[in-house]
Design a protein around this ligand. Structure first.
Ligand SMILES: Cc1cc2nc3c(=O)[nH]c(=O)nc-3n(C[C@H](O)[C@H](O)[C@H](O)COP(=O)(O)OP(=O)(O)OC[C@H]3O[C@@H](n4cnc5c(N)ncnc54)[C@H](O)[C@@H]3O)c2cc1C
Length: 400
């Protein structure tokens, strides 16, 4: 089959958190972009919904993320200005736990490595400043004034709006069924049509195991639950000027995190665990939140934030796409380095990076390289320098 003349410069598969940012940054740089999304705009069936995401700079996961966070903060601010949408609220945040636990010691390492403004608080000082929080005497916190939250739905809507304004052609309810490279470009098939472009960007979220099987990275899709509680005594003590975002690691190493009340009394206060969830697929995920799950969350919270677990107002599910070391995968596709860029495996902590991932992906697709430090996200750390074994890469594209 002779390759058709590409109809677009870049095709982006998936217009969730990362893909919408990629479509925006690619179109700002003058590329003719076609975006293809399986569902409608700003949907609830992937990983970018639920009203809020924690953002912070003293990154306990690894100091290598910090320069990307500094850039993400700038881009989030610009997005908010450009669209007038409510996107980021920097209400301050605490990383709480034992001084030698992963959360506190890792956050401190990043803060000290990069000279980020922060304060160390002992248990008494945590209780004095934030009366909603009741740490044990042996717990401390790293306080960061620039921590806070970003709103996922508003972020995705803003990126889609900006991309459209720059001329991007965005198709919703049009799932990609298959893609394949040819010399000089890539061909992408949907039920409706076949498209060609010089470059392909794949941001598939929890659909990575199917769409990027040939990458050879063993992704695990995990079901996660978000809970909204009505605090006993009302939301007053939980308003953003009194109650920070927090990541709290208990003595068993279990992390829970939460937000201030940002959506009025009817939506209460949101909390969740950051822990291994049930393994699922986007097709098999159990969307029902069961009473024993809510009871476990309420019990956990009653020990740390006793005013919080009053009545459960709402709960909903979401998916993590986790890599073996919980670091991202952002790269030129090792098997198709001339024409395919991928951004996936965000392992439950990617949203705060969304705009900078868009910028990096645009660099990789249009220039073949980026000035941002992304060495940590090379899949060769998992698959080895030779890339995936041939048995793992029979045919590019979707497997049924
Ligand atoms: C409960 C929960 C809490 C989280 N909390 C935080 C937090 O506090 N801070 C933080 O930084 N991060 C957090 N995260 C992680 C963060 O939200 C994700 O890393 C991020 O949203 C991933 O974006 P994505 O673009 O990879 O996935 P998505 O936004 O799901 O986008 C993938 C898109 O690809 C589309 N797609 C898939 N297959 C096809 C196909 N064949 N054809 C066309 N389109 C296709 C999907 O429909 C989807 O729209 C959390 C995640 C969850 C679930």
């Amino acid at each position: 089959m002779s390759p058709a003349t590409p109809t677009h410069d870049v095709i982006v598969i998936g217009l969730g958190g990362m893909g919408s940012a990629a479509a925006h940054h690619l179109s700002v740089r003058g590329a003719r972009v076609l975006g293809l999304e399986k569902f409608g705009p700003v949907h609830q069936r992937g990983s970018s919904h639920g009203g809020s995401r924690v953002t912070r700079q003293s990154y306990f996961e690894d100091p290598a993320y910090v320069p990307l966070l500094l850039r993400a903060y700038e881009l989030y601010e610009k997005l908010q200005q450009d669209t007038g949408r409510d996107i980021a609220t920097l209400c301050g945040g605490v990383m709480v736990g034992r001084p030698d636990g992963r959360v506190v010691s890792g956050a401190r390492l990043s803060a000290e490595t990069w000279g980020l403004p922060h304060e160390m608080l002992d248990a008494r000082e945590i209780r004095r400043r934030f009366p909603t929080l009741t740490p044990r005497d042996d717990e401390v916190a790293l306080y960061e004034e620039r921590a806070g939250l970003v709103r996922p739905e508003n972020t995705v809507a803003a990126h889609l709006q900006c991309a459209t304004r720059q001329g991007a052609d965005l198709h919703f309810e049009e799932p990609v069924t298959r893609w394949e490279p040819f010399r000089g470009g890539v061909r992408v098939h949907t039920a409706d049509d076949t498209y060609t472009a010089g470059q392909l960007v794949i941001c598939p979220g929890a659909w990575a195991p199917g769409l990027l099987a040939d990458l050879g990275v063993p992704f695990t899709i995990e079901r996660q639950i978000m809970y909204w509680f009505q605090p006993t005594g009302g939301v007053g003590p939980f308003l953003p000027e009194r109650h920070p975002i927090y990541v709290w690691e208990d003595e068993a190493g279990v992390q829970a995190y939460g937000f201030p009340s940002i959506d009025g009394p009817d939506l209460g206060v949101k909390v969740a665990f950051f822990r291994k969830g049930d393994v699922c697929t986007p097709e098999t995920i159990d969307r029902t939140v069961h009473p024993h799950e809510a009871a476990m969350m309420a019990d956990h919270m009653s020990r740390h934030i006793p005013l919080l677990p009053g009545r459960l107002l709402k709960a909903s599910t979401c998916m993590y796409t986790t890599t073996p070391d919980e670091h991202f995968v952002i790269t030129r596709h090792p098997a198709h380095p001339e024409s395919v860029t991928v951004a996936c495996g965000f392992s439950g902590h990617g949203f705060k990076f969304v705009p900078v991932v868009g910028e990096i992906v645009a660099d990789l697709a249009l220039d073949g390289t980026t000035g941002h430090p992304i060495g940590l996200f090379d899949p060769a750390r998992i698959t080895g320098p030779l890339g995936p074994a041939p048995a793992a890469a029979p045919v590019p594209g979707v497997r049924t």
